[in-house]
Design a protein around this ligand. Structure first.
Ligand code: NAD
Ligand code: LMR
Length: 338
């Protein structure tokens, strides 16, 4: 979105100087885990977003420095850093959107599910605080395993009596970002014109890119589609291996997280036809949570869109992903209720 032109001014966010127009509504965004590998560049990108008027950066430590640094950027939002649980209430109070990249990342050889033992508890406790201090916020869960952490969040909110399925999102935008990049490279089309829905979940085979619906269309051979599908499913692992023990995707994730949060803000602000893929409560399949295209609006999810026509290869992929996705969802629900 950084490269996209804004209709009103024709200026990109990066080149625009000074402050956003007075007409943009007041919007507070809180980032939990803001001092981390994703958190820091995501804080930067959200500081560049003119839809944000207040940016609260929370982590267990390190956020005063990140906040001081980012706050010197001459864009609209006021930036405040909060460190330690005793400051969580202040970080969350009044938030319209809460983005959660808190938790440990993978090392080579690990699956996202291997992060469950640590990250499930982190997401559970942070969502408990969201339920208490900003129950109406849109919650963007980035922490892995997303296929389980989103169901955990839903259970925490249900127990607190604050659950609204329209306001809870698992961030799967990075899968879409990757699918677009890989497809454009293979199809030799302009990446800026490419869109590819990615459905299912956010781990291995549960990530199902729908290249049959890709725009701009290209006549790729079946083997090419299969290779692109596999690369999209393994995109996270590709980065984990390249980083060789120093974590997983952070910069591309920050970009993806900023796109998704921007879409949430646009929806809240009443911009029509804001559609992104996200892992949400769903009736698109027989699974209670599923990633698909979602129309965003003033209350969060306005409409969960269906899958559209699938190729035979995608139909097989859909059936193949269900058992793993089902068990990851159930694992999250069981943990939250234990
Ligand atoms: P990181 O270790 O660099 O940063 C995580 C941050 O979370 C740290 O600053 C840490 O202090 C903080 N943290 C830990 N417990 C916390 C708590 N209770 N409250 C607040 N902050 C807390 O890790 P990272 O590379 O930024 O990745 C973070 C998470 O995002 C991982 O679980 C990773 O797997 C996930 N991730 C998801 C996607 C996706 O597509 N959804 C993509 C990339 C990474
Ligand atoms: C990703 O897709 O990059 C993230 O889920 C991080 C990971 O562990 O692969």
């Amino acid at each position: 979105y950084l490269a996209r032109r804004t209709p009103s001014t024709g200026a990109s966010y990066l080149t625009r100087r000074g402050f956003a127009s007075d007409s943009a509504p007041v919007r507070k965004v809180a980032i939990l885990g803001a001092a981390g590998g994703i958190g820091q560049p995501l804080s930067l990108l959200m500081k560049l977003n003119p839809l944000v008027s207040r940016l609260a950066l929370y982590d267990i430590s390190g956020t005063p420095g990140v906040a001081a640094d980012v706050s010197h950027i001459n864009t609209r939002s006021e930036v405040l850093g909060f460190a330690g649980e005793e400051q969580l209430e202040k970080a969350l109070k009044g938030a319209d959107v809460v983005i959660i990249p808190a938790g440990v990342p993978r090392k080579p050889g690990m699956t996202r599910d291997d992060l469950f033992n640590i990250n499930a508890g982190i997401v559970k406790s942070l969502c408990g605080a969201v339920a208490k201090y900003c129950p109406h916020a849109l919650v963007n869960v980035i922490s892995n395993p997303v296929n389980s952490t989103v169901p955990i969040a839903s259970e925490v909110f249900k127990k607190a009596g604050t659950y609204d399925e329209k306001r809870l999102f698992g961030v799967t935008t990075l899968d879409v970002v990757r699918a677009k990049t890989f497809y454009a490279g293979k199809a030799k089309v302009n990446v800026a014109d490419v869109n590819v829905p990615v459905v299912g979940g956010h781990a291995g085979v549960t990530i199902l890119p729908l290249f049959s619906q890709a725009t701009s269309s290209a006549n790729l051979a079946n083997e090419e589609i299969e290779a692109l599908t596999k690369r999209t499913q393994d995109g996270g692992t590709e980065v984990v291996e390249a980083k060789a023990g120093k974590g997983s995707a952070t910069l591309s994730m920050a970009y993806a997280g900023a796109i998704f949060a921007d879409a949430c803000l646009k929806g809240l602000n009443g911009v029509p036809d804001v559609v992104e893929c996200s892992f949400v409560q769903s009736t698109v399949t027989d699974l209670p949570f599923f990633a698909s295209k979602v129309r965003l609006g003033k209350n969060g999810v306005e409409e969960v869109l269906g899958l559209g026509a699938l190729s035979d290869y995608e139909k097989q992929g859909l059936e193949a992903l269900k058992p793993e996705l089902k068990s990851s969802i159930e694992k999250g629900i069981k943990f939250a209720n234990a």
